[in-house]
Design a protein around this ligand. Sequence first.
Ligand SMILES: *[C@@H]1O[C@H](CO)[C@@H](O)[C@H](O)[C@H]1NC(C)=O
Ligand SMILES: *[C@@H]1O[C@H](CO)[C@@H](O)[C@H](O)[C@H]1NC(C)=O
Ligand SMILES: *[C@@H]1O[C@H](CO)[C@@H](O)[C@H](O)[C@H]1NC(C)=O
Ligand SMILES: *[C@@H]1O[C@H](CO)[C@@H](O)[C@H](O)[C@H]1NC(C)=O
Length: 334
Amino acid sequence: MRASMWWQLLLSMLALVSSCAARRIQAEATIELPPPLQWQFYQNSCPDAEKYVRDQVEFYWKQDRTLAPKLIRIVYSDCFVKGCDASVLLDGPDSEKKAPQNAAFLGFTLEVIDKIKEVLEQHCPGVVSCADIINLAARDAVVLAGGTSYPVPTGRRDGNSSTAKSVDLPLQAVSWGSVVPYFQEKGLDVQDLTTLLGGHSLGKTGCQFVADRLYNFNKTGKPDPSVDPSFLSQLREQCPPNSTNQVYLNPDSGSSYSLGKTFYSRVLNHRAVLGIDQQIAANNDSYQIAQRYDASFEDFKEMFGRSMTRLGLVKLLPGDQGEVRKNCRVVNAK
Ligand SMILES: *[C@@H]1O[C@H](CO)[C@@H](O)[C@H](O)[C@H]1NC(C)=O
Ligand SMILES: *[C@@H]1O[C@H](CO)[C@@H](O)[C@H](O)[C@H]1NC(C)=O
Ligand SMILES: *[C@@H]1O[C@H](CO)[C@@H](O)[C@H](O)[C@H]1NC(C)=O
Ligand SMILES: *[C@@H]1O[C@H](CO)[C@@H](O)[C@H](O)[C@H]1NC(C)=O
């Protein structure tokens, strides 16, 4: 009896391992890679690259869990501006870092990326690009925050310029109708948008990004009619007029900084913090996706990984352009 129970346990564990591997291979098969990306680009040039990244992310995440949402966010900030070329990491008096959209989350995140780069340069000098580091580190952050792991193809090249003016990420009070084409321009669709907004199940935002919904929605002098009234009074308490307080994007996840299960049910119940998140419920296609994710957290986590992989494919420098920076903050000396 005993032996057979052990045997069954072993078999079910094996089944689990192989179904994870199968899902991973399936995910890789359904994604077409733009050049110069490859699965396991560093297989020969730096076989442990992904492990070095993971060890550092884990080390710093244990010290400060806010690292998870910040690393996830930096992929979007980098890839959406000039493509995934690590331009967001470059120092300079007028670099992307200086744009107001980026100021709030960069500090500690950039130091962690410097540490990761230092370790990689010790082991494999001049091999692993900063743009790949961003994408690999974000994947580790998703996993640490309770998400599902996903494949990150590698081989991105780092760019050579960065200007704050090029940062066109929407700041606040944007309409769904303007964000959808903004995503489509990058090769992403409504499903990616609805799914990536689920990243707002962790982290914080400043009251200034919520204030219009609470006091003067779309210049009407009234609150956003789509906010549940009891939630409106809660939010107004946390964000009095002109406040620069911070609020959790998902009050249910709060200080745990892990992907909460309730993001989409809050959206469906008019209790989303950001206006853009609430608009998921105002459009049929995204509404249906929200219902699906509300019904299955596993489904959401899987699809979140898929959309993160897709986000990492946006507008890459061809392999004969760009470089592998030695220091992520500066372009290599000629
Ligand atoms: C804001 O008001 C304008 C003009 O009345 C309208 O076209 C637009 O759809 C409104 N935006 C939102 C998010 O309600
Ligand atoms: C908030 O700021 C605006 C403009 O800066 C000002 O007119 C208003 O009186 C302020 N409100 C409060 C409650 O301080
Ligand atoms: C959403 O679906 C409803 C009913 O199925 C329809 O009446 C409405 O026009 C649709 N709205 C949009 C924006 O497609
Ligand atoms: C910067 O990168 C672009 C795009 O790859 C390239 O065309 C340009 O020559 C580079 N400029 C310098 C100064 O390296």
